[in-house]
Design a binder for this molecule. Structure first.
Ligand code: SF4
Length: 532
């Protein structure tokens, strides 16, 4: 990474200039080739990168963001006072819900430690898109492909029932490169993505086709599964759709590497996990004779980061409740349930008596299902300040730094196994710097521990929790897995950070300590009060 002149750190003074090879945090592709221009007043622009999502995000960072105030019940307050009030609410809560979770690795580590101290349930704002993929992986496993594999090896790309560029605008140029490999992109179960057609028009060696664009996805996958499992010996005589799928299957058999691309968020119906399982079965069956892998799109707003970090720390993926160290006899330390612990369900059923909402990567609003009487603590993007203040009573707002804009950190890419370092584009503006999510949570946790000790709680248990909070921040630089280079090519410097293993859904029964990676692989359950 180079820049002219070098940018300031989060705590330093802003210098106007151009920062090249900046990693964009605004979708899970984490493009690492962006040149970001920083103005003297802190305004940001990336004129050389064609991405509407990036342009829209950068437009929300005016030079005055760092002057955004914290608030209590809609009235301006200092951050210290806001945290004191938030700690009082959190110490009283019996069923706190930590939602949003749009943060970086350090923020998620601190969230897990605080959840262990408070007995909180964790769910991401994109949990509805995340859960089906987790369920399918728990039940069936998967053959997954990384962006590097797709870019360097895939001569056939099968896009199932989605338009990748809608939520990841630079998908084609980042995942498929610039025409160095001859490829066919075949859209199955939907129309061709207009961005793919545009990409094929300006890059040599790429063609775009569609197959069965109006077919029902469940039917398509049922027929296709039967075909690849050789249960339809007369495929060419059972209808045009099946014949078309048989032809595609033959083409996959002749391809060097086929990448199956799908987006869990846009799969239709209430049974998306079944569709993902069916796709996984097809990919597995093809791997008996040829190489193929699946690339699930998603992970935006820090979803992949939150899920991978929680899995690495606890052995459980998202939608998990973490019990306090002082839990009742027989209560499990961790309880993972992708249905029961859905944010909107908990709020609609009145099963959460406080919401801690973290939205540092964008102005994600509070859930509509949140009752006005339920206290909310919001660690949010500065542009959320007005909307949160308008909620009035029972609301605390603390503006926080965005990873990649005001603070450095780490995020997981959408292919799950690669962590990229994120560099602050501008640091402090006008001598002011917003605190990071992990910094705010550490201060909040210390106040909660103080209140609980004053109320006579077990000091041993609480000190374990706060020790975990301190460790989650102090140990970040030593233990956060990083990738030293990030361009999605088959580079030896691209580090696979965390085993992509997810414990089966259910309840953890034994509070045994385990190394994070071993816990994730074997479903062992480390003590939630002592995060790695
Ligand atoms: S595609 Fe995503 S990561 Fe890449 S520049 Fe656009 S918003 Fe940023």
């Amino acid at each position: 990474m180079s820049s002219t002149p070098p940018p300031a750190s989060a705590a330093g003074t802003l210098h106007a200039g151009v920062l090249t090879d900046w990693v964009c945090p605004f979708c899970a592709l984490l493009c690492d080739d962006v040149a970001i221009h920083v103005s003297a007043d802190g305004a940001l622009d990336a004129p050389d990168t064609r991405c509407p999502r990036l342009a829209q995000a950068l437009a929300s960072y005016g030079g005055g963001a760092a002057r955004t105030s914290a608030s209590i019940d809609g009235a301006t307050a200092s951050i210290d006072d806001a945290l004191a009030r938030g700690a009082q609410s959190l110490a009283r809560a019996r069923k706190p819900l930590f939602g949003g979770l749009a943060t970086d690795v350090a923020g998620m580590r601190a969230l897990y430690a605080l959840a262990a101290a408070c007995g909180a349930t964790l769910d991401h704002l994109n949990g509805d898109a995340l859960a089906p993929g987790i369920l399918a992986q728990q039940d069936r496993g998967s053959f997954f492909a990384t962006l590097s594999e797709v870019r360097t090896r895939a001569d056939l790309v099968v896009v199932f029932a989605c338009r990748p560029a809608e939520r990841h605008p630079r998908f084609y140029e980042r995942a498929l490169g610039h025409g160095d490999v001859a490829r066919r992109i075949v859209f199955v179960g939907g129309d061709a993505d207009p961005a793919a057609v545009e990409y094929a028009g300006r890059v040599k060696n790429v063609t775009v086709e569609t197959l069965l664009p109006r077919a029902e996805p469940h039917d398509t996958l049922a027929r296709w599964s039967a075909l690849v499992e050789s249960r339809s010996g007369h495929a060419r005589h059972t209808g045009d759709d099946t014949a078309a799928l048989a032809t595609l299957t033959e083409q996959i058999g002749a391809a060097r590497f086929t990448a199956f691309v799908y987006d869990p968020a846009t799969l239709p119906g209430d049974h998306r996990a079944l569709l993902i399982e069916a796709l996984s079965r097809i990919v597995k069956a093809m791997n008996r004779t040829v190489r193929a892998g699946a690339l699930a799109l998603g992970g935006n707003d820090g979803a992949t980061t939150a899920n991978q970090t929680l899995t690495w720390l606890s052995g459980m993926p998202l939608r998990t409740r973490v019990a306090k160290p002082t839990r009742l006899a027989g209560q499990p330390p961790l309880d993972h349930d992708p249905y029961r612990y859905r944010t909107n369900g908990l709020l609609e059923r009145g099963e959460a008596d406080l919401l801690l909402w973290v939205a540092s990567l964008g102005a994600q609003p509070l859930p509509a299902a949140l009752d006005p009487a339920v206290p909310a603590i919001v660690l949010g993007h500065p542009t959320l300040a007005g909307a949160i203040a308008a909620r009035g009573a029972s609301t605390v707002f603390v503006p926080v730094a965005t990873p990649g804009i005001d603070a450095s950190g780490h995020l997981f890419r959408l292919d799950n196994t690669v962590v990229l370092p994120i560099t602050a584009a501008r640091g402090a503006v006008g001598g002011l710097a917003l605190p990071s999510v992990s910094e705010v949570l550490t201060r909040l946790g210390e106040r909660v521990a103080t209140i609980a000790v004053g109320a006579g709680a077990s000091t041993a248990a609480l000190s374990a929790s706060t020790a975990g909070l301190s460790a989650s921040t102090a140990g970040l630089s030593a233990s956060t897995p990083t990738a030293s280079a990030s361009t999605p090519t088959a580079s030896a410097s691209e580090v696979v950070a965390v085993p992509l293993a997810v414990a089966s859904h259910g309840t953890a029964s034994a509070p045994e300590a385990a190394s994070p990676s071993a816990g994730a692989q074997q479903g062992a359950t480390p003590s939630p009060g002592a995060p790695a």
